[in-house]
Design a protein around this ligand. Structure first.
Ligand SMILES: [Zn+2]
Ligand SMILES: [Zn+2]
Length: 265
């Protein structure tokens, strides 16, 4: 008997073409996951919930948040959607499929782990490059307009950066030609990961407290609140690239100081 997962998938592939699912389907799924998860931290801020877990005490004005949302809708329709449309033939060429049976979990998990590691590596070097003077001034400063990030600021960036760092997200699946369901799972996890890194809250249940080598909100929030030449913490997901290349020294010093103060008080 087909599992619920498989019958759900069968419904999709009998009602829509692979092209529709891989393009419009991917776009709708990305938008839903991104906005639903991204709005959570704005809701927490407005309702004054969990304020003791907020990393920075500063709040963004509703106007600044509204401006961010407006830009996001514009860029998603004008940049992300065309990228999804034009990358479909490349994915197809590399072996993307949507037929049943669904791939086994072992294949899904190993591919997703590979995508995370590769994305983090490419993102780290791309992001370091974006912190050089010219690129920062003309491109990356847009993403840094929000020194106090909230979930939705994760994808708030100059269109050139969306293309540049979007490459880091799609290079893994583009190389391996996965099943469309694996590609969707990757998009969902990557969005949740970057929204969490920008949410501005460090909870006792935040993944960085449990997942080894995971950066998370506290790690990336530091990157946003410190001057761009001194911030470090360039990785998207993990902490080892910054540790290996010595770009987490400022952050580590701060953590050591906080720990010392904690012990004294
Ligand atoms: Zn940056
Ligand atoms: Zn950021």
């Amino acid at each position: 008997m087909a599992s619920l997962r498989e019958s759900g998938w069968e419904y999709l592939i009998t009602h829509f073409s692979e092209f529709q699912l891989a393009t419009i389907g991917t776009f709708i799924m990305h938008e839903s996951v991104f906005f639903l998860s991204g709005l959570v931290s704005i809701f927490f801020e407005r309702a004054g919930l969990f304020s003791k877990y907020k990393i920075q005490k500063k709040l963004n004005t509703p106007e600044a948040e509204g401006r961010c949302i407006l830009h996001l809708i514009l860029y998603h329709v004008g940049v992300n959607f065309p990228v999804i449309m034009f990358s479909y033939p490349a994915f197809k060429y590399m072996g993307l499929k949507s037929s049943l049976p669904l791939p086994p979990w072992t294949a899904v998990v190993s591919q997703i782990i590979f995508y995370f590691i590769l994305e983090d590596f490419v993102f780290y070097w791309g992001h370091r490059l974006l912190h050089t003077k010219w690129l920062y001034k003309h491109i990356h400063s847009v993403h840094h307009e929000y020194a106090t990030p909230f979930g939705l600021t994760s994808e708030y960036a100059h269109p050139a950066e969306i293309l540049f760092l979007g490459f880091a997200t799609i290079i893994g699946p583009a190389l391996t030609g996965p099943h469309l369901s694996t590609l969707w799972l990757w998009v969902i996890l990557r969005v949740l990961e970057t929204v969490e890194a920008h949410c501005g809250y460090h909870f006792p249940w935040s993944p960085s407290n449990f997942v080894p080598l995971y950066g998370g909100a506290d790690f990336h929030d530091y990157h946003h609140r410190v001057l761009y030449t001194k911030s470090g913490n360039y990785s998207s997901t993990f902490i080892y690239m910054d540790w290996l290349f010595g770009t987490d020294k400022g952050y580590r010093r701060l953590k050591a100081l906080e720990e010392q103060e904690g012990k004294q008080s």
